[in-house]
Design a protein. Structure first.
Length: 376
């Protein structure tokens, strides 16, 4: 192998492929990045048996080849190279020689024959706007459980229809739902696991977050591939592939109330800022209290006998004044997913789940959070 590549592009590609390299690999070769050079393209691949991240970058290939190098070392070295100069990679005996300006580095290669074959990405199920998919994935992944006590809760469920892609996630305390348009492909069933264009698939939350990273800010169309066993998202030059999870999330529709005693609308930024400067005053497990009246929400840090701070936010109320207690973490986490200058809190009672979304945007994103019951 011998090639020359833009240093900045190499650094970015290596960092992307490293997302699938485990921090504590079960075998030494899984700490490696596979480099494959051919047809003036360098492909970098990271793989941990469950997830695969691939990056392609244009380069000048003098000698094609494939090798395996320590991924973390390669990434850190290239990241420190001067971005104004190209980097040359060349196989030198059993080492990979990297040259950039006056810097010359020798990296030992790893045994390529011991590296497992990464899975081929499945054929695309359909396409969606990359930025819209990234937006939905980020908002929904915020509600994924952070521990694996109940594995099904560590995933994001994709529900496919002929026009709509719905993403849902829950950690038992909050439930996030987002919808976006997509265009399914016309697919004739083939192979053992053909691409799906309808039904549900549960995707690991980490894979969904990775997908959001490669799609964020993109003005391209993303290819989405879903089968009963694998999930993949692709845009030109980047892809992430992962295994799906067994099981499915509860049907969210019966959980979401449709009739409310109180509907209050407030500024998203103002309410978020208020929560941020009152939350540090709370002890572990202490709730935030929202006293909702027509014209304002008074936010109190703690219960009546432990009040430590308060602030007020202008608000419009349609319905009954109410006092509701929430976990500050849950409320802030869902509030931060609201995309718009105003947030609408829909309340049934102080003891029942509250529904949050931007006014007139419940079909785009909505979050359900459970309140905290207070002793009378």
């Amino acid at each position: 192998m011998k090639l020359t590549i833009d240093t900045d592009k190499l650094a970015e590609a290596a960092q992307w492929a490293m997302r699938a390299v485990p921090a504590n690999p079960p075998t030494p070769v899984l700490a490696g990045l596979r480099l494959q050079a051919a047809d003036d393209t360098l492909n970098l691949t990271g793989f941990d048996y469950y997830r695969c991240a691939r990056a392609d970058e244009d380069c000048e290939v003098a000698e094609p080849g494939t090798l395996l190098v320590p991924g973390r070392v390669l990434t850190d070295v290239v990241k420190s190279f001067p971005k104004s100069r190209p980097t040359t990679l060349a196989l030198d005996g059993t080492d990979l020689a990297l040259s950039c300006g006056t810097a010359h580095i020798q990296l030992p290669t790893l045994p390529l024959d011991d590296y497992p074959n990464p899975p081929n990405a499945p054929a695309a199920s359909g396409t969606s706007d990359a930025a819209a998919l990234a937006d939905a994935a980020t908002r929904i992944a915020a509600a994924v459980a952070t521990d694996d006590t109940i594995p099904v809760l560590t995933g994001v469920q994709f529900t496919l229809t002929d026009t709509t892609l719905r993403l849902t996630a829950t950690d038992r305390y909050a439930f996030h739902v987002a919808e976006l348009p997509w265009t399914p492909h016309t697919i004739k069933a083939r192979g053992k696991t053909p691409p799906l264009t309808e039904g549900t698939v549960l995707v690991p939350g980490d894979a969904v977050r990775d997908a959001a990273r490669i799609l964020a800010g993109s003005d391209q169309t993303a290819e989405l591939a879903l089968t009963t066993s694998h999930f993949a998202v692709r845009v030109p030059g980047r892809s992430v592939t992962g295994s799906t999870l067994d099981g499915e999330l509860p049907n969210y529709e019966p959980l979401f109330p449709t009739e409310f005693a109180s509907v209050v609308t407030a500024g998203t930024e103002a309410l978020t800022d208020t929560l941020k400067h009152l939350t540090p005053l709370l002890g572990k497990g202490d709730p935030l209290l929202l006293d909702i009246t027509d014209g304002q929400i008074t936010v109190r840090a703690g219960t009546d006998d432990k009040a430590r701070g308060r602030d007020q936010v202008d608000a419009d109320l349609d319905g009954t004044p109410m006092t509701v207690a929430f976990s500050p973490h849950l409320l802030l986490r869902t509030l931060q997913q609201i995309d718009g200058p105003a947030v609408q809190l829909n309340l049934v009672s102080p003891a029942k789940a509250a529904l949050l979304h931007a006014p007139d945007q419940a079909d785009r994103f909505k979050g359900l959070i459970m309140p905290i019951r207070l002793n009378s």
